[in-house]
Design a protein around this ligand. Sequence first.
Ligand code: MN
Ligand code: MN
Length: 453
Amino acid sequence: MENLIYKKQSSYEKAPEKTEAAFDFAKGYMAFLDNAKTEREAVDAAIALAKAKGYNEYKIGDKISVGDKIYLNNRAKSVYFVKVGSEDIANGIRIMAAHIDSPRIDLKQVPLYEADGMAFLKTHYYGGIRKYQWTATPLALHGVVVKADGSVANICIGEDDSDPIFYINDLLPHLAANQSKEPLATAIKGETLNILCGSAPLADEESDGIKKNVIKLLNEKYGINESDFISAELSLVPAAKARDIGLDRALIGSYGHDDRVCSYPALMALLDTTDDTHTIMCVLADKEEIGSIGVTGMQCEIFTDLMEEIALNLGANPRVVRGNSTCLSADVTAGYDPNFAEVYEKRNSAIIGSGVSISKYTGSRGKSGTSDAGAEFVGQIRNMLDAAGVVWQSAELGKVDEGGGGTVAAYIANRNIDTLDIGVPVISMHAPYEVVSKVDVYAAYEAFAAFCK
Ligand code: MN
Ligand code: MN
């Protein structure tokens, strides 16, 4: 009877021998999390890891040969790593695609103002945030400012324990009687997500002394003027570091698990593989949280250009290469949360600790927006995972018609590449501090390692 029935098993039941390795793998992942809170920082951190494994910078148009280990840095915000194998490239490329942007609070281009004893920065949130979660919590400022002369100031304030941090004010309960009656979605308005950034005025200023002091301090440290915000990308992210959650230390709390929790294992699987036969690509994409559009998003033609360059350099027809390529779209799914059981359908939900999750489809309503992987390709990946002893499960996000979401899968599948969603279940996805299980992170790494073989 055993094989007749599908039973979801936790990693602790099915493969207790993996737990120690999982806890060990988590250390590297947590270091990556703290070093890679924005897509720019993730690109830098990933390239540093790859360079240590012998990867070299490549630009579109350069020569590509068998045995090359290369990376294409796309505008410092997305990056493509490729290991060129010895087999006929016409057999296709094995692609793992994850994203490195996460929901956050971006500064507007004219952000700074002063009001009633405080200086603030106006913001425009990025991605799907629940606004109430971002108030009254320590925030750090990350990003770049391109100055009038074209030079760039890199900014990171709030990560060092000696740094100041930033803050979004919230209403005191004593005066929140009306606000508390409002729906969560509207109680905190986008235009009230203003960043508290100063309160001491410059001496002898008749007006806007606090604002002028903030600009003066920025100018002294970074050489920037107020107009330089116009050509800046500055983001507020939680100042907290990745930490173990729970007495057993089996969970990781952090900002940005979505989608570093797939990016890091996919990259490590590529960097660790000893396979020299297959050509393998790991994509770390930007802009997934806002639709994968633009020059650094997964929909950008640079992906197709790179695929074509590989094919042409190795003497194959690019269309044949694409048609024979396969992709794991590596992105998180919702972990089943018994505190909010009403939005999940438990049989088809990802259970924390039960391994990496495959999702045949994502989307919302009647599967709208999903590429819906073919049964044949799901079968191929499922067999691969079983053969490698990976702890895995099958899941979709939540109940039918409860909501939904998408990934980069559709944009890759649209290019005639079989693509399946796979990833780590997350509790409190898109919150400033999200939760994952160490054994699930490790299962993701093992899944990507099996794909690289
Ligand atoms: Mn994601
Ligand atoms: Mn997301």
